[in-house]
Design a protein around this ligand. Structure first.
Ligand code: 5AD
Ligand code: SF4
Length: 438
């Protein structure tokens, strides 16, 4: 198969990015090469996300751009997969409005992709194959990693928490953990290939249940030669153990950084979200984390306008945000997800109120971030250089251990190295640095 090309558009979270790396690896094994122009590729895969309505809309927008794909390139094959495909409503829409889509599969049968793809390519069949729940996580699948120096490693998939706003338990199924051995082997193999940083992935990594605790898994990973930075996401506050908190103080390679979604600061709202903690318990975890690791950077996710959220509830969120002093926060306007319990809640918050609260929350977060950023001024920090800066390609960009990006002048030969950088300009949303000669 000479010169056939592929392009994958990935929506959503790191889980999806990791799945797309597997799909890219499978296509490369079949002899395909990557094509940067998505409309020019022979095989287009769209890996969808359902977490909020915006992601749904973006997917349909991008799919629409491929209109008449077979007229432009009669041999082109269009595949759609990911979280949206786990919902019949989207499969029905595809069948009705985009009948030219060739292959639809879901989050649970990615390992089947080469087989499904071969059927489509060889027999010109149209296939829809979506499984309702997952089996054990498949081992040994290929992967074309985006970067040679940092890598995602999935340790568990699925979610058992059923937060009342969230679609993920329905699209990703029940929790399944990989055994420790293949995880450690994968990381050793990455280290041997020059990977310095790994990000452990799971919808809820600290409920890892592969036979050892998540903290024990971290301790094993910490011993692997060559891996200099370990991060993980996402964590659920209800599953943060003291053993895990201690890891931040004791493990050599665990980055001093944690993403700990709080979602809301009102205990009444947290209960209706089915989060299994209250604001006091959450703040207690933050206090313990900072005690074990005083320079830990903490980030979070917050939803505003959850059904029934009153002004008083919202004020409790602002209050918690001020107390937690987040280094960064991802803020979301509540978006009704079909099939979730909160869809049926009758006290939905009006759109204008949601937007007004969202703006107030963002203002408070920015105030805190401004203060936090100032503390970076003149600091000398190890930075993993990732590539040219997105805003100014003549500069390099890298990441601090706290996961902040830093732009700096420097030679591209530094890409993939961890180097000491002095922060010369610390702004709220961007840090500028200068290389310290070693
Ligand atoms: N509406 C808005 N935000 C949501 N999230 C999950 N579901 C919804 C929803 N229905 C947010 C949560 C989660 C992040 C990945 O997306 O904050 O942590
Ligand atoms: Fe989106 Fe969630 Fe699916 Fe990730 S798991 S792609 S965030 S719906």
């Amino acid at each position: 198969m000479a010169n056939k090309t592929y392009h994958i558009v990935t929506f959503g979270c790191q889980m999806n990015e990791r799945d797309s790396e597997t799909l890219a690896g499978m296509l490369e094994d079949l002899g395909y090469t990557y094509c940067p122009e998505f409309k020019a590729a022979d095989v287009c895969i769209l890996n969808t996300c359902s977490v909020r309505e915006n992601a749904d809309k973006r997917f349909y927008g991008v799919l629409g751009q491929l209109k008449n794909p077979h007229e432009e390139n009669p041999g082109r094959i269009v595949c759609v997969c990911g979280c949206m495909m786990q919902q019949q409503i989207h499969i029905d829409t595809l069948k009705a409005k985009y009948p030219w889509v060739d292959l639809v599969f879901g989050t649970h049968n990615i390992a089947e992709f080469p087989k499904l793809y071969a059927n489509v390519a060889e027999q010109h069949a149209k296939i829809v194959d979506v499984w309702q729940d997952g089996e054990a996580i498949a081992e040994g699948l290929p992967a074309k990693r985006e970067y040679p120096f940092k890598a995602y490693v999935s340790i568990m998939q699925g979610c058992n928490n059923f937060c009342t706003y969230c679609i993920v338990p329905y699209t990703r199924g029940r929790e399944r953990s990989r055994a420790p051995q293949p995880i450690l082997e994968e990381i050793k193999c990455l280290a041997a290939g020059g990977t310095k940083e790994i990000m452990l992935l799971g919808q809820n990594v600290n409920s890892y249940a592969g036979g050892i605790s998540f903290a024990q898994l971290l301790k094993e990973i910490d011993k692997i030669e060559g891996i200099e930075r370990v991060r993980f996401m996402t964590s659920h506050p209800k599953d943060i153990s003291d053993e895990l908190i201690e890891c931040f103080g004791s493990l050599k390679h665990l980055c001093h950084q944690i993403h700990l979604p709080v979602q809301a600061g009102s205990d009444r709202v947290l209960k209706r979200m089915n989060r299994h903690y209250d604001s006091a318990k959450y703040l207690e975890i933050i206090r313990k984390l900072r005690k074990a690791c005083p320079d830990i950077a903490i980030s979070t996710d917050i939803i505003v306008g959850f059904p029934g959220e009153t002004e008083e509830d919202f004020m409790s969120t602002l209050d918690l945000v001020r107390q937690a002093e987040y280094d960064s926060a991802f803020t979301f306007i509540y978006s009704v997800r079909h099939g979730t319990p909160a869809e049926k809640y009758e006290d939905q918050v009006p759109e204008d109120v949601k937007h007004e609260r969202f703006n107030r929350l963002v203002d408070v977060i920015h105030e805190i971030q401004e203060k936090k950023a100032a503390a970076y001024q003149d600091a000398v920090l190890p930075v993993l250089i990732e590539g040219p800066s997105k805003t100014d390609p003549s500069m390099l960009t890298g990441r601090t251990e706290s996961n902040k990006t830093v732009d700096l002048p420097g030679d591209p030969s530094l890409i993939g190295k961890i180097v000491p950088v002095k922060i010369v300009k610390a702004q709220t949303f961007s840090l500028y640095g200068k290389l310290i000669e070693q």
